[in-house]
Design a protein around this ligand. Structure first.
Ligand code: NDP
Length: 243
């Protein structure tokens, strides 16, 4: 087993991209802090040098307590991947506003909470990496994605601003914008017709062979480049995705 004493914080590590990242980074021997609400899913991975904490990223206080606890054990955070997110697709004309708020809170406020918790230490140390998981829906419009697009365009925008602000401090701030990948994400949507339409679209474009592990490996690649190399924005989709 390789060892690597740098601490990596991953939000939304109980499924999908986050869970695959946890396994990938653990394989390379990093110390990990895994955060999500379903703590048992992260504990079940039984990864070495790993702390798992039940944290809702919209609660900045509990988020910060977990990060400081892990930093006491493993040292300062070298990478945070702000990955936790919700996708509740809906028609803006009829969708319950509570769903919009949930997405904006988790996808935007959750990311900003994560950034603020680590960025001042990174500035002081003149090193560190923040990777925010946006989406291709953070640069392009898709039907029934109004609030999701609002949240992910938000992530794209705030990441660009932070990248500029952190550049002089030698801190990398990147965003990754995946296209459709099969995870639990679509299961959050409450309208069965929209779920059916999304699945029909996936079939119509051919196939979704890209996996959550492909996305995790890409994030790891961007991180493992030298600190002087900033892969600012990565759009990653299945080759057969046409939009
Ligand atoms: P999953 O639904 O599989 O994973 C989402 C993760 O976020 C889960 O671990 C969930 O854990 C966590 N999460 C949700 N809400 C909160 C919260 N309030 N506090 C803490 N953790 C939370 O989806 P993906 O892996 O696909 O999604 C990961 C990210 O990638 C999201 O930001 C998503 O928008 C983005 N993305 C996904 C794409 C896809 O096609 N799959 C495409 C583009 C972007 P728990 O419920 O246990 O809290």
């Amino acid at each position: 087993m390789k060892t690597n004493n740098r601490l990596i914080v991953i939000t939304g590590a109980s499924s999908g991209f986050g869970l695959e990242m946890a396994k990938e980074f653990a394989n390379d021997g990093y110390s990990l802090l895994l955060l999500a609400r379903r703590v048992e899913k992260m504990e079940a991975l039984q990864l070495p040098n790993t702390m798992c904490r039940k944290v809702d990223v919209t609660n900045k206080e509990e988020f910060e307590v977990a990060v400081r606890e892990a930093e006491l054990e493993y040292g300062k955070t070298d990478l945070i991947v702000n990955n936790a997110g919700m996708m509740l697709l809906g028609d803006i004309a009829t969708q319950d506003a509570k769903e919009w708020k949930t997405m904006l809170d988790v996808n935007v406020m959750g990311v900003m909470n994560g950034m603020q918790i680590v960025m001042n230490d990174m500035k002081d140390r003149k090193s560190g990496t923040i990777i925010n998981v946006s989406s291709i829906a953070g640069v392009q419009a898709f039907g029934n994605h109004a609030a999701y697009c609002a949240s992910k365009f938000g992530v794209t925008g705030l990441t660009r601003v932070a990248r500029g602000e952190m550049a002089a401090h030698n801190v990398r701030v990147l965003s990754i914008m995946p296209g459709a990948v099969n995870t639990e994400l679509l299961g959050h949507t409450t309208d069965p017709n929209i779920i059916e339409g999304y699945n029909n679209w996936k079939e119509s474009v051919g196939a979704v062979n890209i996996t959550a592990n492909d996305v995790a490996k890409t994030i790891k690649y961007a991180y493992q480049l030298p600190q002087s190399v900033s892969l600012r924005e990565i759009i990653i989709t299945d080759t057969m995705q046409d939009a």
